[in-house]
Write a protein of this length. Structure first.
Length: 353
């Protein structure tokens, strides 16, 4: 940022990403491509939380007043999309979201710095069954997305409780890896809380952060769709039937075009939603809900179509389409369904109560 000492970068980075940290909305297509290319190099090296922290990515959603980079949803969305494209195991944006949340409350702001440095790993989850009593919370979360066991978790509870932050290094909090998860590329944890001290987070940006969490998961899913479309397109261009590439058959071309259209539309939707959130536009909620409803309603089916187009090999574990399918399915189960977003969108537009 202007006036700040640049953060040190790991040696394996070929580009300096500081040039992208200018405004909350990246508009130049060449800069989009360069940022995604840089993110691709980072994720290909299997970065640790510390590596991600050294780039400043964990602070893309946190005010400079608390040691962050500012408010940059578009940049975060582009990076998340590339992570899904490459199947990274990093869940960096969950820590970034947690840091942004805890920085808003005096009781939890001390956790911001260790989250931004990667010393603590954070996560965020919907917890509709959470119960509260005398400053403590109890309940379970079946699927918590985190690269390593998180130290801080922000839980979006029922309306009467709201958003709470919990430090998991205390009695009554148990975090266990989910051994039988559908997910194959990232780690999921289960969380059990029994009378654990919590801190309620009350701030005007809470709804915005909740919407951005949805957009970032959608961006990861869009990346997974792009990966699947690329894999099957390359495969069909090389595979021959009757001495010609299978991709040359008109019926196959039509299906590939449909898949490419879904991918392009999904990218446009998440980036537009992120830009609207970056600018604080009144329509940001509707755009985020529309993006979520569209993507979660089509992404899994699109990747399944890729498996079908690949023929027999598409159903084997040796062919990597399954990983993208499982990733997209996991994302779809974390923060509400496409149906719930359509319902919320109808309410936001005054078409339902």
């Amino acid at each position: 940022m202007t006036g700040r000492t640049p953060k040190p970068r790991p040696r394996h980075l070929a580009h300096d990403t500081s040039s992208f940290i200018r405004t909350g909305n990246v508009t130049d297509a060449d800069e989009h491509l360069l940022l995604r290319s840089t993110a691709g190099e980072v994720f290909a090296s299997n970065p640790s939380p510390g590596d991600i922290a050294s780039l400043g990515w964990l602070g893309l959603l946190t005010s400079e007043d608390f040691g962050g980079e500012g408010w940059f949803p578009v940049e975060a969305t582009l990076i998340a999309m590339q992570g899904g494209q490459l199947g990274t195991s990093s869940t960096w944006f969950m820590s970034a979201l947690a840091a942004a949340w805890v920085s808003q409350a005096p009781e939890t702001s001390a956790w911001t710095s260790p989250l931004l440095s990667g010393e603590l790993v954070g996560s965020y989850a919907s917890a509709p069954e959470l119960t509260a009593a005398a400053g403590s919370v109890s309940g379970t979360v079946d699927r918590l997305l985190s690269q390593t066991p998180p130290g801080i978790v922000v839980l979006d509870g029922p309306e009467a409780i709201g958003c709470v932050a919990v430090f998991l290094g205390q009695n009554g909090a148990r975090v266990d890896p989910v051994e039988t998860a559908l997910e194959t590329e990232r780690q999921l944890f289960s969380l059990a809380l029994n009378g654990v001290q919590s801190h309620r987070i009350q701030g005007g940006s809470q709804p915005t952060l909740a919407l951005l969490a949805m957009v970032l998961l959608c961006a990861d899913t869009v990346g997974a769709v792009g990966r699947a479309v690329q894999i099957v397109t390359e495969y069909l261009a090389e595979r021959e039937a009757f001495d010609v590439p299978i991709a040359s058959f008109q019926v196959v071309q039509h299906r590939l075009v449909n898949l490419a259209t879904i991918q392009s539309a999904s990218e446009a939707l998440v980036l537009r939603a992120a830009a609207s959130l970056a600018e604080g536009e009144h329509k940001a909620e509707r755009l985020a809900l529309a993006a979520h409803a569209f993507i979660e309603g089509r992404a899994v089916q699109a990747i399944d179509d890729c498996i079908q187009l690949a023929g027999g090999i598409g159903f084997t574990w040796e062919f990597p389409l399954h990983h993208a399918l499982r990733r997209a399915s996991t994302n779809a189960s974390l923060l509400g369904s496409g149906r719930s977003s359509r319902r919320r969108l109808a309410v936001a537009e005054g078409r339902s109560r």
